[in-house]
Each structure stands twice: as C-alpha cells, then as structure tokens.
Unconditional design. Structure first.
Length: 239
C-alpha cells in the first residue's frame, strides 16, 4: 500500500510518566483510519505528537516520505497536515468567514482562498448562511463544522479529527459522520480519533485500538466491528 503516514515504534512521555509505548501504525492515501480506545488510552497524545505539539523520546513519524521528528508544529501544517483538536480551538469573537480565511494562511493555500471557501460552503451550507456571525454564537454542531472547514481551507493531504462527535446530539452526530464519509469519498485522507466506536468503525477502512498507551488490536474496520471482544469492551459502554 502507498502509505501517506507511517508511525514507527513511537514512545512519548510527560516528564517521568510514559503515555505511549512503541506505537506503530500506517495510514494509506485516501483512506480513513480510526484510533479507538477509552479515555486516557493515549489517543490525543498520539495526535498531538503527529502534529508536532509534543516530542517523542523514541521512534519516528514519517509523512509523505519525510520524518516529522523535530519539525515545528507550524511547519508540519505547511507540509500538509491539518489537525482539528478536541475542543475545536475556534476564534469565537471572529466571524465564521474570518475563521475560515485564517485557515488559508499558508502560502500554498492563499491563492486558492476563493475556491476553498466555495468548497467549504458547499460541504457545510449552514456555514454559508452564518458566515457573518461570530463563531461563538454557533451551536456545537455548527462550531464543529467550522473547525473542520477551517482545517480544509489549508488544503491538507492528511486531516486529523480528534473526537469530532464529542458533546453533540445524536442527530448531529449522524450528520457529522455523513460529512466525514463525504470527505472520504472525495479522496481526503483522514485519521479519526473517536469514542463513538460503532460509527468510527462503520466509516473507517482500518482501525487501531489503543490501550494504556499501547496498540492492543489492529485490523480492517469491517473485521473489528464484528469482533465480540471489541463489542464487549467498547460498544456496550460507548454507544
């Protein structure tokens, strides 16, 4: 497979506390890969390390054939990784349009600003209707759409979504996963961290289960969703 992202033997610590232990995984171009696990398993730590917000003490992260270890976060974004963090990180006092325009600050993205805006508004018509509203006035679902739209404005090769359904109503959650599926069909490569295990496995090509900082299980999402072990450990408590 033509891998866009390869993580090799990655270990990360907060001071003396180890958060990730020898984690290895691959993300193929044009695929959706889900990272599953309970709270505290290390999912967000892994995403923050890929994005350059944390530094590993061993292992490697290879994106598009280039190691990201030691590369600054803003330079990783410029290389083509957009990270939508848990909590969204919006500029709540700016308008929807201003937030989106900030997503296109990269030199390679600026010339495509108008086309990218049109694309985001096609994906998220509600954002077009609310483009002059302040981001802080939006509903939770609309704010999540805006966070994803802003990330897409950078024209990323890899989109990282950290808990996109967190705090949303069941109806909005279904809509959110429909939108992620739409991005998948459009060819966007997505690394998805999600506690809604059933939905995450339905949408993914491949999945990895993190347990106390280690990869405990991996495989095709279609196989893992049928696993009685996965169903018992996660779907009962998280659905």
């Amino acid at each position: 497979m033509n891998h866009l992202l390869e993580i090799k033997g990655l270990s990360v610590a907060y001071g003396d506390v180890r958060a990730l232990w020898d984690v290895s995984l691959c993300v193929g171009r044009g695929t959706v890969v889900s990272i599953l696990g309970a709270n505290g398993a290390g999912k967000s730590t892994l995403m923050r390390t890929i994005s350059g917000l944390l530094r590993p003490f061993s292992g490697d992260i290879v994106f598009n054939g280039r190691s990201l270890v030691g590369v600054k976060a803003q330079d990783i974004t410029a290389l083509g990784i957009s990270h939508v963090p848990e909590g969204r990180g919006l500029f709540t006092q700016l308008t929807v349009r201003e937030n989106l325009e900030l997503g296109a600050y990269l030199r390679r993205a600026r010339p495509h600003l108008a086309a990218s805006l049109e694309h985001v508004f096609e994906l998220f018509p509600k954002l077009k209707d609310r483009r002059w509203q302040k981001a802080g006035s939006l509903s939770g679902g609309e704010q999540q759409m805006l966070a994803i739209g802003r990330a897409l404005m950078a024209r990323p090769a890899l989109l990282i979504l950290d808990e996109p359904s967190l705090g949303l109503s069941p109806l909005v959650v279904r809509h959110m996963f429909d939108l992620i599926a739409q991005l998948h069909v459009a060819g966007v490569t997505i690394l998805l961290v999600e506690q809604n295990v059933r939905q995450a496995l339905k949408i993914a090509d491949r999945a990895y289960v993190l347990q106390t900082g280690r990869i405990a299980r991996e495989g095709a999402a279609s196989e893992l969703i049928e696993s009685s072990e996965i169903q018992k450990a996660y779907m009962g408590s998280l659905q």
